[in-house]
Ligand binder design. Structure first.
Ligand SMILES: Cc1cc2nc3c(=O)[nH]c(=O)nc-3n(C[C@H](O)[C@H](O)[C@H](O)COP(=O)(O)OP(=O)(O)OC[C@H]3O[C@@H](n4cnc5c(N)ncnc54)[C@H](O)[C@@H]3O)c2cc1C
Length: 559
């Protein structure tokens, strides 16, 4: 089974009008092809290369990772003398992906990467997550390499980045017992050791995914006496220095194959990434934005897997003399699940495109001054990426949970049993709305673009798009939803209360999200007609949410 080839909807992302621009920027107008044998010669060649690599990943997902998932869930990793030993299936998965050179996909050629843009990389993350949501974490933490590449010195880059392609795994060590959502409270201590001319880390981190990784990015307090985020710096640690012990492996609800570790740093030597004091403010924010995109992909992947299972089961299972998918209550569930996945996927790839363009222009700016148009473009896509990322993380992860819940419901009692994979998927889904910033924290980030009207301006741009006659009704309904959203925004603003704004923030963000996601899904449907049904289902569902949310806000305003 090939997870890439069996889902033709994915490929349409490559026919988006921005794709050629992204590929040209990434390949430096195909200059790399003169020096690097694997670099594409032109746009078509690049698409062909993404296609081939995704086909290989799709095959590994379908033939190795997915069949291993149940066994990995049962066995999980274990600790031996303070070191993590992965489940056997996890080791097989890692070997297959390392042998196929699928670590470091987005890294530049000079670090043995494939120099892929975000779109094919995010697609690969979606496929791996569909195969096994827990394993996707271990593979997806290669995101850390992006942060090293973006902010570390040449020396650090040359030391660590080529190892990624050889299968070195990464971890992102931020959370501590007293610093979860509030990372400004991080206490792990970093002191500069003059004798050995390096930084030393001391303290405890908890809930660290893949905490025994080869390469660790660690947030630590380098400025003595400080209490907030401005006293934190970012460090890279090499496992071969043997100064971090895994004290405990968490026993948890889902993603059982993904080791969640409590770590003790004992005088651990580390290197500073970028500038002191910028750890949280700049580097972690950037890393988290990338990781949130990754959780978006993980959510879509798990949800796709759950839908496939539910869809198949509903065709085969008969009650009252007919297949259960002929009952409106069941097919409505399936339609809504499908529509939510397609809409989440639409915002996932749109966000990836925005990240690609602004980051690639940032890279260009390191080599030559940008033209005024390029500068404007970079700022525009940066702002959009910042606005869409929390919206994506919020909506995709919440949808993933709802879809897995419904997937069990479609299975009835059978779904509750360990005999069917939806039980595992339901458990795996639960974490997506918690880590990399809970849903509540995504709302804290996404309420800003509600207030400063970034979402409203984006919707205005969407409204100007010419649409074929068959979608006129969609446009009409979206105009109505926009009016409801603006009305809700005004009502909350008229309350003149920070607390009321916090209280209704999620409702406002969700209203904006349903409008933006319906538009993005509609644009996908223009390139891929099989998405038309999802547009209509998502539109109806989203309008009902908007009406309900406005009514709730109104009743609060009247009290
Ligand atoms: C399986 C797993 C893997 C993880 N992997 C990693 C990892 O690799 N690296 C890493 O650094 N961390 C990791 N984490 C930690 C994870 O990111 C945190 O658990 C998460 O950010 C929430 O922090 P907390 O658990 O301390 O909850 P708290 O911050 O204590 O939150 C508790 C509740 O309060 C709410 N809340 C808190 N502040 C606000 C606010 N300002 N406004 C509204 N609501 C608020 C939250 O939404 C939540 O509902 C992992 C956690 C788990 C469970």
């Amino acid at each position: 089974m090939n997870y890439y080839l069996d889902n033709p909807i994915l490929k349409q992302q490559f026919s988006h009008s921005l794709m050629e621009k992204i590929v040209k920027l990434k390949e430096k107008n195909f200059e790399y092809a003169k020096e690097v044998s694997i670099a594409p010669l032109n746009f078509e060649d690049a698409l062909d290369s993404y296609d081939k690599v995704l086909e290989i990943i799709g095959e590994i997902c379908g033939d190795i990772i997915a069949p291993n998932a149940e066994r990995v869930d049962l066995e999980g990793p274990h600790l031996e003398n303070g070191r993590v030993v992965y489940a056997k299936g996890t080791q097989e998965n890692l070997k297959a992906l390392t042998d196929a050179k699928l670590f470091g996909m987005s890294l530049p050629y000079k670090y043995n990467g494939l120099n892929f843009p975000m779109i094919p990389y995010v697609m690969a993350a979606e496929l791996v997550s569909r195969a096994d949501g827990g394993f996707a974490n271990i593979w997806g933490l290669q995101d850390c390499a992006e942060t090293i590449h973006e902010f570390a010195s040449e020396e650090i880059k040359n030391e660590f980045l080529p190892r990624i392609n050889e299968g070195a795994t990464c971890s992102m060590d931020l959370t501590e017992p007293d610093a979860g959502s509030d990372l400004q409270a991080v206490q792990l201590k970093a002191t500069f050791d003059e004798t050995s001319d390096c930084w030393r880390l001391n303290g405890v981190k908890r809930f660290i995914t893949n905490g025994d990784a080869d390469i660790k990015l660690v947030l630590a307090r380098s400025e003595e006496g400080t209490k907030d985020g401005r006293g934190l710096s970012y460090f890279v640690y090499d496992k071969r220095d043997n100064a971090v012990i895994v004290r405990r492996l968490e026993n948890k609800l889902g993603i059982k194959g993904s080791p969640t570790c409590e770590l003790v740093f004992k005088n651990a030597p580390a290197k500073l990434v970028g500038d002191r004091r910028m750890g949280l403010i700049k580097y972690v924010m950037s890393l988290m934005n990338g990781a949130r995109l990754g959780i978006g992909a993980q959510s879509v992947g798990i949800a796709e897997a759950a839908w496939q299972e539910a869809h198949k089961y509903a065709q085969e299972r008969e009650q009252f003399g007919k297949p259960i998918n002929t009952f409106p209550a069941v097919y409505e569930m399936l339609h809504n699940m499908r529509a939510k996945i397609d809409a989440a996927r639409a915002i996932l790839y749109e966000t990836a495109r925005c990240v690609d363009i602004y980051k690639l222009l940032q890279e260009v700016a390191k080599e030559r001054p940008l033209t005024p148009e390029e500068r404007t473009e970079m700022k525009y896509y940066n702002k959009l990426a910042d606005a869409l990322t929390p919206m994506l993380k919020l909506m995709a992860s919440e949808f993933c949970n709802q879809i897995c819940y419904d997937a069990i419901q479609v299975h009835g009692g059978t779904g509750y049993m360990k005999d069917f994979p939806v039980e595992r998927m339901y458990r795996d889904a639960r974490i997506t709305s918690i880590y990399e910033g809970t849903s509540q924290l995504q709302v804290v980030a996404a309420i800003r673009p509600v207030i400063n009207e970034t979402y409203s301006s984006l919707i205005e741009i969407f409204e100007k798009t010419e649409l074929p006659q068959e979608f006129e009704h969609v446009k009409f309904e979206l105009n109505t939803m926009r009016a409801l959203y603006e009305h809700a925004r005004k009502s909350v603003s008229n309350m003149n209360s920070e607390e009321m704004l916090d209280l209704h923030a999620r409702r406002l963000v969700e209203m904006a999200a349903y409008i933006i996601m319906t538009y993005l899904l509609l644009f996908d449907a223009l390139r891929c007609s099989s998405l038309k049904d999802s547009v209509n289902h998502f539109l109806r569902y989203g309008k009902a949410v908007c009406v309900g949310h406005l009514e709730y806000i109104r009743s609060d305003a009247c009290e």
